[in-house]
Structure formats: structure tokens, C-alpha cells
Design a binder for this molecule. Structure first.
Ligand SMILES: Nc1ncnc2c1ncn2[C@@H]1O[C@H](COP(=O)(O)OP(=O)(O)OP(=O)(O)O)[C@@H](O)[C@H]1O
Ligand SMILES: [Mg+2]
Length: 369
């Protein structure tokens, strides 16, 4: 079996320990501190938080994933999905349902797994009061048992109508729960920063920032060597460090590369950097179609800028060299294209530099375009 996993939350043997971050996070949670977890995509935010909170005794994790919510009733349903996953005990669920009776809840059971889920009346959930109803349900439940409430992809709240009113109302119930730690997590850096750092936002400075960056190189290298060994491959420190750097030290991308390396090498073989091209070929064969569709959805100008970014390490965007590469001599046009590419989440700005969100997409562009 492939000893590497990517594209999902990891736990158990697939999770590389991050002792320093785990200790710090645990200590914030123990002191009831609200926390905002920042970090680039696929760094391991969700895995870390779920692992830490999940391993703390006497604390129940209410994990609520707000990914792509569009309406207030989506929000309410996600809270209830998280709630049913946090505790399947019927008396707990009945207590929760009594607290939200205005949303006309009902419970059903998955025929395959037997797991319960709570559904609510969609129309009732669309009423503005429903936010207060579910938030005060959380408050009530957390007053009789220690909870840690985790909102993942929190920035997607901004896509709701009246997002600011909703944020203000959430903040007003959360601020009185000094014993319940809330963790707000998100991968769209600018949006998350806006919610917690703009002084006109209801969540301004309401949570302590906590950054999840790359895993410390030595720790990650040892972990990867051990995973390769487990999967019947031999890898030395120099090679795995090269793999880490090839994937820009992004945890999930490193795992994806290692997964493909394992797939494309034989049992008992020694891994080498010469194995990278075959692994990339496999990644492109899986993802090339999606990359192609992405390129087709762009304008010619955007593609030129993207290609120039791919070709230029640490690009100085408005330098003559860069502009000649794009063949666009108008800085306003380049700036507009960059903005669109960021909105489409293909690139992001980091310390004044533009980086590809997906390093393999960058390599594919260099190869194909
Ligand atoms: N501690 C870890 N040890 C090993 N691999 C990890 C670890 N954390 C994350 N990963 C790898 O990164 C991938 C993404 O992890 P996760 O979903 O936790 O990151 P994330 O930062 O929440 O991502 P997103 O920005 O997409 O929400 C996992 O599938 C796994 O391959
Ligand atoms: Mg995540």
C-alpha cells in the first residue's frame, strides 16, 4: 500500500508530528483562548487542529466546515453536521434538537453506517433568527460540557448575503463564552486577514493569530524516509530534502510528489532525484485535464502573465524582462491580469512575490504551454 496520502485530512501514521506547534496550540486551547489559524493552502492546518483538539481529553471538538457555503441555511446545516459527528449519543442530540426546535429539526440514520444526522426545515433556516438559534445552541451545550468549536474555511462566510451582519452577530455570542475556545481557520489568506485585522470588522483582534507554515525540514525528512522504508523503498536525507524543496516545502504537495514517486518506482529500489520526472508525468496524467480546463478559462493576457510567472523565478513583475516575456508593455494590464489570477486562486502574493498555488501546475505550464 502506498505509504503517502494527500488531498485529505491525515491522521495516525500518515501524520508527521509537529511537537512545537502542537504544544503551543494545546496551551492556547487549555486557556480558553480564541485562535485564528492562518497558513497557505495544503500546509496541514486542518490535520493539525483536528489532531490536537481530537487528542485532548475532556474536550469535545465541534468541527464545522464552512467550505463553499452559500446561504444561511447552509451555515446552519453545517453546524448540525458537525454536531452529529461530535457526539452520536441520542440524549445529547435530543438536547441539541430541543434547543433549535424553531428550525423544526429531525434526526435520521445513515442506513450503511448507522450514523445519525440532523436535518432542519430549509425555509425556517433561511430566516435571519436561525443564526442566533444555532449559535445559542452551541453556547448552551458548551455551558454543561467543555467544547472547542472549530470553524474551518471560515472566510467562506464572506460569500453570504449580509456577511458583516452575520459576523457581528456571531461575534456577539462568542465573546461572552470565555471558557469555550473557538478556532477560526482558513486558507484564503487575504480574506482571513481582513476578517481579523481590519479595524472595522466585527472580529477585529478577537483571536490570537497562529501560523501553520512548512514542517521543520529535518523532522519532515526523517518522517518521509521512514514512510518510504515502510513502503519498501530506500531514501536518504539528501534525496527527500530535494523532494521537499521541489514541492516548495508545502506539506500536501510534498506528500503528493512522494506518493507519485512511490507509485512509479519498484519494490526495494533506492529513490533518487532522477525519479522526479516520471512522478511528475503521473501527476500530470491525473491532473492535466483539469490544468487544461483552467487554462481554457483564462484570457490570452492572463495566460501570458501566468506563463511569464512560471518562467521567472522570483519575478520582478514590472521589470522590462518580465514585461517582454509577457509581451504586454502596459503595467495596468499586467496588474489587472495578476489580480484576476489571484481571485481565481491560481497564484497568491507572498512577501511581495507572486507564487503558484499549485507548484505542479507551474511545471505543467512550462512543459506544455
Ligand atoms: N502533519 C502532517 N504530516 C504529513 N502530511 C501532512 C500533515 N499535515 C498535512 N499533510 C499533508 O497535507 C495535505 C493537506 O492537509 P490539510 O488538509 O490538513 O491541510 P490544510 O492546510 O488544511 O489544506 P487546505 O488549505 O486545503 O484547507 C494532507 O492530505 C497531507 O498529504
Ligand atoms: Mg484545511
Amino acid at each position: 500500500m502506498n505509504p503517502f496520502k494527500y488531498g485529505c485530512v491525515v491522521s495516525g501514521e500518515f501524520l508527521c508530528p509537529r511537537p512545537e506547534l502542537e504544544r503551543q496550540l494545546k496551551s492556547y486551547i487549555q486557556s480558553g483562548q480564541n485562535i485564528v489559524v492562518h497558513g497557505e493552502r495544503r500546509m496541514g492546518k486542518t490535520s493539525l487542529v483536528r489532531h490536537v483538539v481530537g487528542s485532548m481529553r475532556g474536550i469535545r471538538m465541534l468541527y464545522i466546515d464552512l467550505y463553499c457555503i452559500r446561504t444561511l441555511s447552509d451555515f446552519c446545516r453545517r453546524v448540525l453536521t458537525g454536531l452529529a459527528a461530535s457526539n452520536e449519543n441520542m440524549s445529547f442530540l435530543k438536547k441539541a434538537m430541543a434547543l433549535i426546535h424553531r428550525l423544526r429539526p429531525s434526526v435520521s440514520f445513515d442506513p450503511a453506517t448507522g450514523s445519525p444526522s440532523i436535518s432542519i426545515d430549509a425555509r425556517a433556516a433561511e430566516e435571519p433568527e436561525s443564526l442566533e438559534v444555532v449559535m445559542s445552541m452551541i453556547r448552551h451545550l458548551a455551558s454543561s460540557e467543555k467544547f472547542c468549536v472549530v470553524f474551518d474555511e471560515f472566510q467562506d462566510i464572506l460569500d453570504l448575503d449580509n456577511a458583516n451582519v452575520i459576523l457581528a452577530e456571531m461575534r456577539s455570542t462568542i465573546q461572552f463564552q470565555s471558557d469555550t475556545p473557538y478556532i477560526f481557520m482558513g486558507s484564503v489568506r487575504n480574506d482571513m486577514l481582513g476578517i481579523f485585522e481590519n479595524d472595522d470588522s466585527p472580529f477585529f483582534k478577537s483571536a490570537i493569530p497562529f501560523t501553520v507554515g512548512p514542517i521543520e525540514e529535518k523532522i519532515f525528512a526523517n518522517f518521509l524516509i521512514e514512510r518510504f522504508r515502510k513502503g519498501g523503498r530506500i531514501a536518504n536525507e539528501t534525496t527527500v530534502k530535494a523532494l521537499i524543496s521541489h514541492a516548495d516545502s508545502v506539506t500536501g504537495d510534498v506528500q503528493e510528489l512522494c506518493e507519485a514517486i512511490w507509485e512509479t518506482t519498484g519494490n526495494g529500489s533506492t529513490i533518487d532525484i532522477d525519479d522526479i520526472p516520471a512522478a511528475l508525468k503521473l501527476i500530470f496524467s491525473r491532473e492535466g485535464e483539469a490544468y487544461g480546463a483552467t487554462v481554457r478559462s483564462l484570457t490570452a493576457t492572463q495566460v501570458s502573465v501566468l506563463r511569464a510567472l512560471a518562467e521567472t523565478p522570483q519575478p520582478r513583475i514590472f521589470s522590462t524582462v518580465f514585461m517582454e516575456r509577457t509581451q504586454i508593455m502596459n503595467t495596468g494590464t499586467i496588474r489587472a491580469a495578476l489580480k484576476r489570477l489571484i481571485v481565481k486562486r491560481l497564484i497568491y502574493e507572498y512577501g511581495g512575490e507572486y507564487r503558484f498555488t499549485n507548484p505542479f501546475f507551474r511545471e505543467w505550464l512550462l512543459l506544455k504551454m
